[in-house]
Design a protein. Structure first.
Length: 322
C-alpha cells in the first residue's frame, strides 16, 4: 500500500538515503529539514520527482501535515555537530519528539524514533542489549545528545501508553557511507578525509577503543523493516553491525584502502568517550529478519570512492571543533 510519509532530518546523511528508498518504492515522501548540519545537495536529485516534497522547517516548531507515517531522524548526530550548540541539540530531541508525536496523534499516524547507541553511554555491559539501562553522565559534554535521546524515548513510550500512539524506537549504532559530511567529526569521515588530504590520521586515546560500523544501505533497510514490523513489536531495537573493530584497526584499513602515506598520531581521549560499543542484534534478527550484509572493507571502499568524487570546499566545517 502506498503511503504519505514524513521524514524529519530528511536531507541528512541517513535521512536522504531513506527518502531516496521510499521514493523508489512509490510512496509520497515529504522531506523536512532545517539544513543545520545537512546538505540540500543530498536530495537535489529527488526534487523533480512527483512523489517528493522538500520543506525547510525546524522540527522544534510545530507544523501541520497530513501523513500516514513519520520517521523522526531530525537531530545533529556527530559530536562536532551536537556539541556546537548543545541547547539546540536538546531542544531538537525533546521538542522535536513532542511535535512529531502530536502530529501522529492527530493524524493517527505510525511514528518511528531514530534513537542512538549513545543512550547506553560508556557501557558496563558488553555487547549492549536493549534491556541495558546505560551508564550516561547527565552533566557531561555529550549529555545534550545522550540525555536528549533518552528523553525522546521516554516521550515516545508515554505517548504510546497514554494515547495509544503507534510507535517504533530504534537505537542506531555507528553508521557510515556516502553523503557523510566530511567535517562532521565522526571517526570514519575524519580518517578518510585526513588520508585523502595527505594529513596525519588522528587517533584519540590509544586506539584500543572499539566501535561497530554499519553501512548505510543496511541501516536504511533496518529502519524500513522496523516501521513495517507487526504492531506488537515497538522496540527499542538495536540496529547496527555486531562485528567489533578497534579504532586503530579502522585507521589502518583506511590507510591501506586509500594508499595514503599518512602517519597515525595520538591525542587525549575526549571526556565521556565510550571505550566499547557493540550491539546485540538478537531482537532485530528475530523480529525483523534483519542483520547487516556489507563487510567493513566493502563499505569503506564505496565510501572512499564517494569522497574521491566530492569537493571538500563545497562543504563548510559546521563547527570550530572539527
Amino acid at each position: 500500500m502506498l503511503k504519505r510519509i514524513l521524514v524529519t532530518g530528511g536531507a541528512g546523511f541517513l535521512g536522504s538515503h531513506l527518502c531516496e528508498r521510499l521514493v523508489e518504492m512509490g510512496h509520497d515522501v515529504i522531506c523536512l529539514d532545517n539544513f543545520f548540519t545537512s546538505q540540500k545537495t543530498n536530495v537535489a536529485h529527488l526534487l523533480g520527482r512527483p512523489n517528493f516534497d522538500l520543506i525547510r522547517h525546524d522540527v522544534t516548531m510545530p507544523i501541520w501535515l497530513e501523513v500516514d507515517e513519520i520517521y523522526n531522524l531530525a537531530c545533529p548526530a556527530a559530536p562536532g555537530h551536537y556539541q556546537f550548540n548543545p541547547i539546540k541539540t536538546m531542544k531538537t530531541s525533546v521538542l522535536g519528539a513532542i511535535n512529531v508525536l502530536g502530529m501522529a496523534r492527530r493524524c493517527r499516524a505510525k511514528v518511528l524514533q531514530a534513537s542512538t547507541s549513545e543512550v547506553y553511554g560508556d557501557p558496563t555491559e558488553h555487547p549492549q542489549r536493549e534491556s541495558y539501562r546505560g551508564n550516561v553522565n547527565p552533566i557531561g559534554p555529550r549529555a545534550c545528545y545522550d540525555e536528549g535521546k533518552r528523553a525522546a524515548e521516554a516521550l515516545f513510550m508515554d505517548y504510546h501508553r497514554s494515547n495509544r500512539i503507534n510507535i517504533r524506537i530504534v537505537r542506531i549504532f555507528n553508521t557510515y557511507g556516502p553523503r557523510m559530511h566530511p567535517f562532521d567529526g565522526r571517526v570514519v569521515s575524519n580518517f578518510i578525509r585526513q588520508a585523502l588530504c595527505g594529513e596525519d590520521i588522528t587517533l584519540f586515546g590509544d586506539g584500543s577503543q572499539t566501535r561497530s560500523f554499519c553501512y548505510r544501505d543496511d541501516l536504511v533497510e533496518g529502519l524500513i523493516r522496523m516501521m513495517d514490523a507487526p504492531d506488537e513489536f515497538i522496540g527499542p531495537c538495536n540496529l547496527g553491525n555486531p562485528h567489533e573493530f578497534t579504532v586503530r584497526q579502522l585507521a589502518e584499513m583506511v590507510v591501506e584502502l586509500t594508499g595514503a602515506k599518512s602517519k597515525i598520531v595520538y591525542e587525549p581521549l575526549p571526556a565521556d568517550d565510550p571505550t566499547r560499543r557493540q550491539p546485540d542484534i538478537s531482537l532485530a534478527r528475530t523480529n525483523l529478519g534483519w542483520e547487516p550484509k556489507t563487510q567493513l572493507r566493502e563499505g569503506l571502499t564505496k565510501t572512499i570512492d564517494w569522497f574521491h568524487k566530492i569537493k571538500l570546499t563545497d562543504y563548510r566545517p559546521p563547527t570550530p571543533n572539527y
